[in-house]
Design a protein around this ligand. Structure first.
Ligand SMILES: [Zn+2]
Length: 292
């Protein structure tokens, strides 16, 4: 009898421990993917500023388009998942910030509403490859007509960015004198390690920046800034990614949210029926309690 109990205990413990590790890995992936999208958005600002690129329209939207297009260019499952997580990031933050009650401040802000930023990422994804992202369109109930017109949004954004960057493009990408710094920080060591070991900043240097000629020198830096944000500061020629922003992504991913999550599997009618009649205890609550 004791032996049986012993095995039950071990089995229970190891499956819980596995679920905990799996949840932690998934959280880290979400944090890194969202951080990368924001970094590419800032690279958009950096290119506009350093290469003196003309912008016709709201710069924040143009920078979001740049980030999305760069990731779409990669054409891998990994890059597509970064985009899906980034759209989810905006959906989660819109619920977190109570975007249902849209304030005047949100309407006159520099950025579009978080929900709109999520849908714009998705529109360009569908515009580039309607077949590949069919499930995304279904989940968000984007009608056929808009799915078709997203193709033109994608082409316009893609061709416009390509045209303005062309004069600055090297024939062959080569190393640049750009340095990536990860300052020590005052918050979570795990977050800094995640970004540094994943080579967040180097990813932008090697994936984008080394393709262009720049007239001036600049650096990329991750540090604590006192707010969950990222900036390109043209005055000091430095792009800053704040650790607080990655911590924010970790927090919204782990809180119970009513937001749509594209990365969740689509539920079949049988799943929905099961949920109604057999409500499950949330494993994320258990994991959070255990972490505390
Ligand atoms: Zn911006």
């Amino acid at each position: 009898m004791r032996v049986v109990l012993f095995f039950v205990f071990i089995f229970g413990f190891s499956s819980f421990s596995f679920a905990q590790t799996e949840q932690k890995d998934r959280t880290n992936e979400f944090v890194f993917n969202n951080s990368l999208f924001i970094l590419y958005h800032e690279i958009g600002h950096l290119l506009i500023s350093e290469l003196d690129i003309p912008i016709l329209g709201r710069e924040e939207n143009v920078a979001d388009n740049f980030a999305t297009l760069e990731l779409l260019k990669i054409e891998s499952d990994e890059a597509n998942n970064i985009l899906i997580d980034s759209a989810d990031g905006w959906f989660l933050s819109s619920v977190d910030q109570n975007d249902d009650i849209v304030s005047n401040e949100a309407f006159y802000a520099e950025h579009a509403l978080d929900v709109q930023r999520a849908y714009q990422i998705v529109c360009l994804m569908i515009g580039k490859n309607k077949e590949a992202f069919k499930q995304v369109a279904v989940k968000l109930e984007i009608d056929e007509l808009r799915q078709e017109s997203c193709y033109y949004d994608y082409i316009l954004a893609q061709e416009s960015w390509e045209k303005v960057l062309k004069p600055h493009k090297k024939n062959v990408p080569s190393d640049l004198n750009i340095r990536a710094f990860y300052d020590r920080g005052t918050g979570s060591i795990a977050i800094r390690k995640l970004l540094q070991e994943g080579k967040l900043l180097e990813n932008a240097i090697n994936g984008v920046l080394r393709e262009y000629n720049f007239p001036n020198k600049f650096n990329l830096r991750a540090k604590n800034c006192g707010e969950a944000n990222a900036f390109y500061d043209g005055w000091v020629s430095e792009l800053l990614f704040c650790y607080e922003l990655a911590e924010y992504f970790e927090a919204i991913f782990n809180e119970d949210s009513l937001a749509i999550k594209l990365s969740d599997p689509i539920k079949t009618p049988q799943d929905i029926e099961k949920d109604i009649f057999q409500p499950k205890k949330k494993t994320s609550d258990n994991i959070k309690d255990n972490d505390d």
